[in-house]
Write a protein that binds this ligand. Sequence first.
Ligand code: ADP
Length: 570
Amino acid sequence: MNSLLVRFFLFSLVIAACSIAVTAWLASQATTGTIRQEQGEALETDAQILDELVNYAAKHKDWTAAQSEVDGFARKYNRRIALTDLNGKKLVDTGNENSPRLPITPKATVDPLNVSGKIDPRAVGPFQLSDAEKEKLHFYATELAACNDKIQIVDAPNGRPRLSNLEPGQFSRWEECEVGYQLYTITATEQAAYEKLQQLFAECLDRLAPGLQPLAKAAGRVSLDWDVTTVRDSSPEAVTCMTNARRDQLRPYVAPPTYLFLTSPTGEEPMAIDLSTTGTTRITLVALGILALAGFASWLTATQLVRPIRALTAATQRTAEGDRAVRVDGGAGEIGELAKSFNAMSEKLAETERQRQAMVSDVAHELRTPLGNITGWLEATQDGLAEPDPHLVDMLLEESLLLQRLVDDLHDLAQADAGTLRLHPEPITLDDVVDQVVNAQQNREILLRAEITPVHISADPVRLRQALGNLVANAVRYTPPGGEVVVKLFQEGENAIIEVRDTGTGIAPDDVPHVFDRFWRADKSRSRRTGGSGLGLAITRHLVEAHGGTVSATSVPGRGSTFRISLPLA
Ligand code: ADP
């Protein structure tokens, strides 16, 4: 579980799962919304078509002449409309010979006498007024309407005009409009139709509930508002009989019931998407598929990502086991940078190791000669081959001082390396330091002088004397008799500069970069006695750098060298 690979993989898997789930949810939400809306629109269209067809059926005895009108509906609503009788015989079809077969179940039944259990008011049958009657009634209605300009005349389906917008008590103020009251007299057509209806109603009651007859008959009167056909006696038999009577009466005037089939113009059923089971299963399966793909992709990425890290780990382990030659190729990017840093570190480690080994062997080499000399002379004395005279003692003392110097230098370097080289800075005048060093190194063979411009800084005077002393000692040492060494002190910008220039042997250009290395000597054969320990310049550099300064060397072979210390004033 701690593996980067596994963690990355699980993490990206979780992210992928979440995003897929949310996307699927949003998509299904949007789709169901759209489908519901589309289905709603389709339902509304279908209801309008049904209404148009019921209207047609209410006004025609059959469907024989219906084709062109139904074609009109089909175009208007962009649907294929087909009607069959109750035995499945096709009556009307707006599709052509290429249209597919009709669905098995019809959308609805077109029956003006039974629209959701009710008789469609547009089926008027024998109640349809003649033109003359309509004209006469309209005249009365207009008379009445003239008495009140708010009144509107609306025709009932059978052509009888009716008044709307009547105010309560309106009739009591209509004396002058008396002629208009004839609007409420029943016409001959209506009279005949009502009588027939009464007769059918009475026959039905005779059959269903003989006891009810007299009352029901009286109550069975229908109002002039023919379509409101109320039965005051609301006994179930009376209600049933009135409905039956009306249906029986109207049946010969309306088209027989038919089945209605509605499809899209091309014949297909409108797409019915079911998101309950199959839809959800499909979405789930697709989502799982995508998740598997995402998982595979992130596994690939994760292994790619982890490979260089594993290589780095292996390399670090080998380095820890002592192999300094390991290098890794991390490619580009952050891990590439890490690999580069690792390689640099490894290189540095190898370099330090080399230096350490060189140092140990150099130290052993430097110690061997003086120690060998001392041991040799002491053994010779022991064997009686040499006299322990003052000359021998001088020699032994010289060798021992040489060893002492070497050990002191090594100690300084070790302190510098360990970072324990302590400075005791104090405000000083550099003039004193230069003076002291120049005076201490005076000899008769060469001209050693100082050129001083007073400079004040804060520094450790003992350590600075040591550093400058090494430079001046070298200059004197590598300058032949009759030569000149000048020590110059001056200020340059924010720095104090001490220059030690000699007219000595100089240093070959290839050697200049090495003069500050430990145990490095231009002339390898030069004896320790004429040369120093080979640590002087290394120590000088450490001391100057400990003061925040720099030291550099320039030289022209055969003409002389210049060493330059630069110390910050602040
Ligand atoms: P050493 O104790 O051998 O002088 P240093 O570290 O002081 O060691 O100097 C290293 C080497 O640099 C010397 O051996 C010498 O070859 C070269 N060197 C240093 N100073 C001078 C100089 N002023 N002129 C010529 N060569 C020099």
